[in-house]
Design a protein. Structure first.
Length: 436
């Protein structure tokens, strides 16, 4: 299996390098630039790209000595960084099924390409990957893999006979005590995952001594830990234990000031994943986005029929009130975290269920974050720079500044006026090359 994965990666690399060798210089003239850093947008500027890097950002009309640079008229267009998804899942979803058997080189490649086609330049696959993931990680890091840049938490830690679902595969680690957790961690860190993922809620919950052991060992190897969380009580315990990322919203009750203060002091990231609650009730009746081609293209085969089925709509109706309440609590908590200055990162849990479509979910998340009361400029920062900073790659990508990678999308409309304009994608560039 791993030999097949290696050969598949090599073939992808050959195709990619055939396309990417033609690096050149171009000037995107007279654009509105949202650089992702949180700074105000700049109008009437030109973006100069040399090979895979942003060479300069200049007032429109300024001459810049780049030999044979292509001149591209960007008047009326908005440019922003590619999105960074701090919580996704790659390789498990195929059609209407979620299964470890779906985790093939072809499926992983397909998902990474779909992320990129929707303007997502980087994704952290959080804890549901199979052994081949580490080959993909290395290939992605070397620039050999097309699609979104791939980061992985490898094999997540769940509970025996608990979460996550068995369908996520046998690679999920389910220690029964702290000693076993430590042994599992020592085998995992040798593979050099980018993150560690733990599921603490559900029935049964993960024992505190187990996640303490995991967090301590991860930090000994300079690896951050992200937790699947639902309850405020668990969040407090995790923050005390040294968690780095809460990978979902707290949804059982409103967060208290003491948690917010500790999260801010410890620089803990908060990933709201509001869209998972929205998608859990939205299909009780067909939502307004259902006929939108931007949404339709993101669906796996068979999912549209699934969502329109009486059985599925009935199931959504039964969950509607509870999930709507969860979304309301999550939205209020996000607003409180944002107002207090807690570090927010955009994430969606896309790819973990058929309803959480890769690509569309990320743009829906931006909309829900603005509906929670966060200004679009900050939402874009959370979905670009902050995600890159969480992964430790903010010096390379996540914002559009001279010296950083030319990873950006060109939009036909300005998302600062309406965040849904992030869906008006005219062109996508990664490493300075336009993605066809």
């Amino acid at each position: 299996m791993l030999r097949r994965v290696f050969l598949s990666v090599c073939l992808s690399a050959i195709c990619y390098y055939t396309y990417a060798q033609d690096n050149t210089s171009f000037i995107l003239k007279d654009i509105t630039l949202i650089d992702g850093s949180g700074a105000e947008a700049r109008s009437h500027v030109s973006l100069v790209v040399t090979d895979d890097t942003i060479a300069a950002i200049l007032p429109a009309g300024t001459n810049y000595p780049v030999k044979d640079a292509e001149q591209i008229d960007g008047q009326g267009m908005t440019v922003m960084p590619l999105l960074v998804n701090g919580h996704g899942h790659v390789g498990l979803l195929q059609g209407t099924t979620i299964a470890a058997a779906n985790y093939t080189p072809e499926n992983v490649n397909r998902h990474l390409m779909q992320y990129l086609e929707y303007g997502v330049g980087t994704v952290l696959s959080l804890g549901t990957d199979q052994p081949a993931a580490f080959i993909f990680k290395d290939a992605s890091r070397m620039g050999m893999l097309p699609g979104a840049s791939f980061y992985t938490a490898g094999y997540g830690f769940g509970t025996p006979k608990g979460v996550p679902p068995v369908a996520f595969g046998p690679s999920i680690l389910r220690p029964v005590n702290a000693d076993q957790a430590l042994q599992d961690m020592r085998r995992l860190v040798v593979l050099k995952p980018d993150f560690i993922k733990i599921w603490v809620d559900g029935t049964p919950r993960m024992l505190p001594e187990i996640y303490h052991a995991i967090i301590t060992e991860a930090h000994a190897h300079n690896i951050k830990v992200a937790a699947h969380v639902y309850y405020l009580e668990d969040a407090h315990k995790l923050v005390d234990a040294g968690i780095d990322v809460l990978a979902h919203s707290i949804r059982d009750q409103e967060v208290d000031d003491s948690l917010i203060i500790m999260m801010k002091q410890k620089n803990i990231c908060y990933i709201p994943t509001l869209c998972i609650e929205e998608f859990a009730f939205a299909y009780a009746s067909l939502p307004e986005w259902f006929p939108d081609p931007f949404f339709v293209r993101s669906l796996e085969p068979g999912v549209s029929d699934l969502l329109k089925s009486e059985e599925y709509r009935k199931q959504n109706s039964e969950e509607r009130e509870r999930k709507m309440q969860s979304l309301q609590i999550a939205s209020r908590n996000l607003h409180k975290m944002d107002s207090a200055g807690v570090k927010i990162v955009m994430g969606t849990d896309s790819g973990a269920q058929p309803v959480r479509a890769i690509g569309f979910s990320e743009h829906m998340e931006l909309q829900l974050m603005t509906e929670a009361g966060i200004p679009p400029l900050r939402v874009i920062q959370y979905a670009t720079y902050n995600g890159a900073a969480m992964l430790g790659i903010e010096g390379q990508t996540g914002s559009l500044l001279p010296g950083k990678k030319a990873d950006f999308m060109i939009l036909d409309a300005n998302p600062l006026l309406d965040i849904r304009a992030t869906r008006s994608i005219k062109a996508i560039y990664k490493n300075g090359k336009q993605i066809q």
